[in-house]
Design a protein around this ligand. Structure first.
Ligand code: ITT
Length: 215
């Protein structure tokens, strides 16, 4: 059975609409420091696969404020924990910077290879080129897991929007300050959020591909 490896139950709730059989595995894989979500998710998927021993997906997501050079981007979790969502909203609005987007990369690994499709495959050997020098140091000194260089398939989704004063009780994370088409993601039901969101788009691509792979 497919395992969704995450410490965030909100992600699993959103995935249930797309994946018939999926179980949540609460495992905190290493999140390397990198400027792109893809290598972070790919590295996490390898470690999650080594932990679970069967097919896994992990999901790395972030809020990118366009006029703040994409801040907080791959550092969104750290910034949420340290500054907090409301403060990020205040900072962005102080700068007059309202345009933003959310991105999500779903990384799938089952230890096997992949036939070519439009979605990219991270083959591990690219890791050294994708990471900055500090990131390579982090990756190469991690001796807790040997997940090797098994291929990982990546599915990306994004949604444009703007930063607003917090509204709504639903969703999680930065949802209350992110407005798309007049509503914050926190004002939407899970189905409504999925229909427009970064994760919904990535999950739709993954769900279709995964169904074909397992038939
Ligand atoms: P796992 O890594 O264990 O899956 P996480 O919550 O740390 O859980 P991410 O690293 O992908 O997940 O999340 C980065 C940050 O972005 C974190 O602060 C999340 O709350 C936030 N985030 C991710 N997806 C989001 C979404 O759909 N809506 C709002 N905030 C989101």
């Amino acid at each position: 059975m497919l395992s969704y490896v995450t410490t965030n139950p909100g992600k699993v709730r959103e995935a249930e609409q797309y994946l018939e059989e999926v179980r949540a595995v609460d495992f905190d894989y290493t999140e390397i420091q990198a400027s792109e979500l893809g290598p972070i998710a790919a590295r996490g998927a390898r470690e999650a696969f080594a932990h679970v021993g069967g097919p896994v997906i992990v999901d790395d997501a972030g809020l990118f404020v366009d006029d703040l050079d994409g801040f907080p981007g791959p550092y969104s979790a750290y910034v949420e924990d340290t500054l907090g969502v409301e403060r990020v909203g205040e900072l962005a609005r102080q700068e007059g910077t309202l345009r933003a987007h959310f991105r999500c990369v779903i990384a799938y690994c089952d230890g096997e290879g992949f036939a070519a499709t439009p979605e990219p495959v991270d083959r591990g050997e690219r890791r050294g080129q994708d990471l900055a020098a500090d990131d390579r140091a982090t990756a190469s000194t991690d001796d807790t897991v040997d997940a090797g260089d098994v291929p990982v398939k990546l599915f990306e989704g994004s949604v444009p929007g703007r930063i607003v004063e917090p509204r709504g009780e639903g969703g999680f994370g930065y949802d209350p300050i992110f407005e798309h088409d007049g509503e914050t993601l926190a004002e939407m039901s899970t189905e409504e959020k999925n229909a427009v969101s970064h994760r919904g788009r990535a999950l739709a691509k993954f769900g279709e591909w995964f169904q074909a792979r397992t038939q």
